[in-house]
Design a protein around this ligand. Sequence first.
Ligand SMILES: [Zn+2]
Length: 417
Amino acid sequence: MKKVSLLIGPINQLVTAKSMPWRYGNDPLILENAGVAVDGEKILDVGPWDKISKEYQGKCSIPAEDNLVTAGLVDPHTHLLFAGSREDELELKLQGVPYEEILRRGGGIYRTVNTTVSASDSELKKTLLNRLFEVTKYGTTTIEVKSGYGIHPSQEIRLLRIINDASLGAPLDVVPTFLVHVPPRDMDRNEYIKAIVASLDQIKGLAKFVDVFCDEGAFSVAETREILRESSLRGFGLRLHADEIAYIGCSDLAREFDLSSIDHLLNLPERNVDLLSSRNTVATLLPITVLSLMTNKRPPIRRLRETGVPIALGSDFSPNSWSLNMQYVMELATYLLGMTPIEVLMASTVNAAYSLGFRDRGIVQPGYLADLVIWDVPNYRWLSYELGRNKALVVVKRGRILESTPMGTTISKECEY
Ligand SMILES: [Zn+2]
């Protein structure tokens, strides 16, 4: 018998994609009475428990006969780093006060920019780390974190440094993205775009992706094109906030650039769906934002499926959209967007990982990272079905059980190595 660091089984149900990205209609792998052998950071073997239990002995063993096991969740779209909050704008939103008016009264995004710029580095790092620990309680094992509340290049560089610094102490993998969020109020727009482009060389090494908020009230198609082109030349991966508030041509940019992900898409014209499928761009949908915008608009799910566009889900955590819980995102994706339970699971694991450029996680197969969740539910449908309870029981990151997760502290000592 081969000794391994962690053995999970017997597992009631194990569900994973077979390959990445996952497209609607692809068969997932569903194993009943399964086992997973983990050695170090990686998955060594997956199969029927009969076979796995004969071949491997775990230094640490976790039975999961009543449980579902999946890959760890991946949140590919967050604005996790900011100071302050905006709960007092909720009544204004409910009264139907337009966002432009909230901005005029000193609220909205520029308010968060002020509180963030005024906060100290250590304060921001502490806030970010608290959030990074909290997300793992819900099963998130890899997360993207955008800058964007600094606006001025020097402040954005500061925020990216804080993200990189915090990630060293974080219990999960953090992917930093430089987000060109909103135009500053105290600077000419053309000058600002030039300053952003000039700062890209300094940002190299601090961010994996560049993202632009292309929309009405944010950056125009021409401005976004300029930033994407310069970023692409410098080897950054590209993401895009597009067609959220209105369609002004932003998703057309998927024709010109290899976007890893295009996000929001509440106003995506149907003709641009084919464009995404031909470019292999992931459509990242953000159902919590559908709630926080209080809109009846929905992304064109049916068309995205029909054309085989890989769909990912993200939290869009921000002062305007406050939830660190990817399970809540998954529940809303089902009940608000009409996504099926298997589609939701694939969108929150394999496809989210794929959109962040990872090819080593999001799948429970030999050779992949041992990022896993043991769920307090018997099968994958429950993840969509049951609302409002934290269903993660044990979260495993790179083969290690995270103590911050619900059952983490009660797992036996042998499980620490
Ligand atoms: Zn966003």
